[in-house]
Design a protein around this ligand. Structure first.
Ligand code: ADP
Ligand code: ZN
Length: 542
């Protein structure tokens, strides 16, 4: 194996996990590997292609990249070809001929081929060494990138019982991971979950107010650096690229509305460092192999943490420090909510909504960004201070919330840690309900102690305390709030707690009382709170 690595690929040593994965593949065992972008997944199936008898079939959704990948392995002296909708009949016949004559070590195909019976019959005729499924999360409805085409892969182990299957992804929560393994019916696979930590990436969330000047300020402080700026809409992408160019920055746009030729040309100029900045929608980046990307900016709210992490993962693949900046504004929530509301499937819509909330929480809490990201992927981060995020680096604006935390925890504690979020907030704000009176919770000292602030504020405090592990929820069906050790220290004044300063909600709206509250979030320039949105009729589910 090492010999092949050095002679064929020209690398000195294996990266972590590569060797174990390849060994298991050679032993004909199924593999499920989660490795971060840039972790070196391709080598795990390319190297066995050189060693094993038979063809390694790689299933990948990235049609536009197949040619590049094949060209790259051909250069290494591996016989390879690809089949997808972009090639003509003649070319396809030639590939099949090679395949039947056992002349291909590596074959890349698009997933939809698996829905074609004659293709499957052809595969059955030839010796296959391995099925490698790239971007395997595409098979899961729980992932952010579900592709119905991938479902046709669910029969693969049944149709080809003697062939090992190796599934690879850079993005899988435990839920998605289990889903992939079940859907593909992997047979007690060798499991690899590489750490997702990317120590050289600096994570920062900035309050978005004057976006353009904020971006320009950053670019001027980092002249000539190569970077990606993500925006949600095509119009915003084009406008940003134009504006940056007018300011003397070599910036190009990339979105699905451009012709394929233009997209390719722009991506290539970026790859060759002719353009330093690419302004793009999330259509950009899957599979891009540019190692010196020094920054990834999210100028609008990303839809979910998986996508966000994968996009930021395109920075610093060379291992040198790189910046990941997320310009956060609650004003971005309505637009994303609008898209989510268009999803017709109830389950899918609820998932999308929960994912959006997770992104908002990531940006809002006074908790190490790296810890939050890694915890999202089911990884516990041991260090107190990561040394490379705005929270740990202490470059955020904070407010002390010790007193509010004490009011809330006092209500929790005085009612025996037996009540849920809604009820505790009712006590603190002094709501006069039958339940409160029956339980005599209007008699406790903290009743109404927080009535000078609204419920929105108190639910923010609850969420912050939960995020900082000061309180926790116990019980599945009716979760109740309890204090942690840290919570007790704060309650008894031995420790303090702070939260991130939140953006101010603009006042102008309050001066127009004739507008219905439902309309408020749509007003230009308004920054509706999450709560406004949850309460508005556009969101009947919550
Ligand atoms: P992934 O598919 O996991 O995002 P790739 O397979 O594209 O990552 O690998 C990322 C980069 O690392 C590529 O440029 C690849 O050539 C390089 N690489 C892979 N394995 C090794 C290794 N053992 N030593 C050095 N470089 C490697
Ligand atoms: Zn940190």
């Amino acid at each position: 194996m090492l010999d092949t690595l050095q002679k064929v690929f020209g690398f000195q040593e294996f990266r972590s996990n590569q060797e174990a994965i390849i060994k298991n593949i050679i032993d004909k065992r199924d593999v499920f590997a989660v490795m971060p972008t840039g972790g070196g997944k391709s080598l795990c199936y390319q190297l066995p292609a050189k060693i094993l008898k038979g063809t390694v079939v790689v299933i990948s959704p990235l049609i536009s990249l197949m040619k590049d990948q094949v060209d790259a392995v051909l250069e290494n002296g591996i016989t390879a070809a690809f089949i997808n909708s972009s090639i003509g009949k003649k070319e396809m016949a030639a590939v099949f001929n090679k395949l039947r004559s056992h002349l291909l070590e590596l074959l890349y195909i698009a997933p939809e081929r698996f829905a074609m019976q004659d293709f499957i019959e052809t595969l059955k005729e030839i010796p296959i060494a391995l099925f490698a499924i790239d971007e395997a999360h595409c098979i899961s409805e729980w992932g952010h990138d579900f592709r119905p085409d991938y479902l046709s892969l669910s029969n693969i182990t049944k149709t080809f019982p003697g062939v090992p299957v190796a599934a690879f992804t850079a993005t899988a929560t435990t839920k998605v991971q289990n889903d992939i393994i079940t859907k593909l019916s992997l047979r007690s696979p060798f499991l690899v979950r590489a750490s997702f930590n990317r120590p050289n990436l600096f994570y920062q969330v900035k309050r978005k107010n004057e976006l353009l000047s904020q971006i320009l300020e950053f670019l001027r402080a980092h002249p000539g650096e190569s970077g990606i700026i993500y925006r949600t809409t095509r119009d915003d992408v084009s406008y940003l690229a134009d504006t940056l160019s007018r300011h003397g920055i070599k910036a190009l746009p990339y979105h699905a509305g451009l012709t394929q030729k233009a997209r390719k040309a722009n991506q290539e100029s970026f790859s060759r460092d002719e353009a330093s900045v690419i302004a793009a929608t999330i259509a950009f980046g899957m599979g891009i192999d540019k190692s010196n990307v020094r920054f990834v900016i999210h100028a609008d709210m990303p839809k979910n943490i998986e996508g966000y992490y994968q996009e930021t993962g395109r920075a610093g693949r060379d291992g040198a420090p790189a910046n990941c900046i997320f310009f956060f504004s609650r004003g971005d929530i309505p637009r994303l909510r609008y898209f989510i509301d268009q999803i017709s499937d109830d389950k899918e819509r609820a998932i999308a909504m929960e994912k959006l909330n997770q992104t908002v929480r990531y940006a809002s809490h006074n908790v190490c960004r790296r810890r939050q990201l890694l915890e999202y992927f089911g990884e516990t981060y041991g260090n107190e201070n990561c040394g490379a995020c705005d929270i740990c680096g202490d470059i955020v604006e904070r407010i002390d919330v010790t007193i509010d935390a004490q009011i809330l925890m006092s209500a929790i504690s005085r009612t025996g840690q037996r009540f849920g979020i809604g009820h505790v907030i009712d006590i603190v704000t002094g709501v006069n309900t039958k339940r409160i009176r029956n339980l005599e919770h209007d008699k406790i000292k903290t009743y109404g102690a927080g009535s000078h602030k609204n419920k929105n504020h108190w639910s923010f405090i609850v969420n912050e305390l939960l995020a900082q592990d000061v309180i926790y929820q116990d019980g599945d069906r009716y979760p109740v709030l309890k204090l942690s050790e840290k919570g007790r220290k704060i309650l008894f004044g031995k420790e303090k707690i702070s939260a991130l300063k939140r953006e101010e909600t603009k006042r102008s709206i309050a001066t127009k009382p004739h507008l219905s509250p439902i309309m408020r979030p749509f007003l230009k320039g308004s920054a509706p709170s999450e709560r406004d949105w949850l309460m508005s009729s556009r969101c009947p589910r919550i």
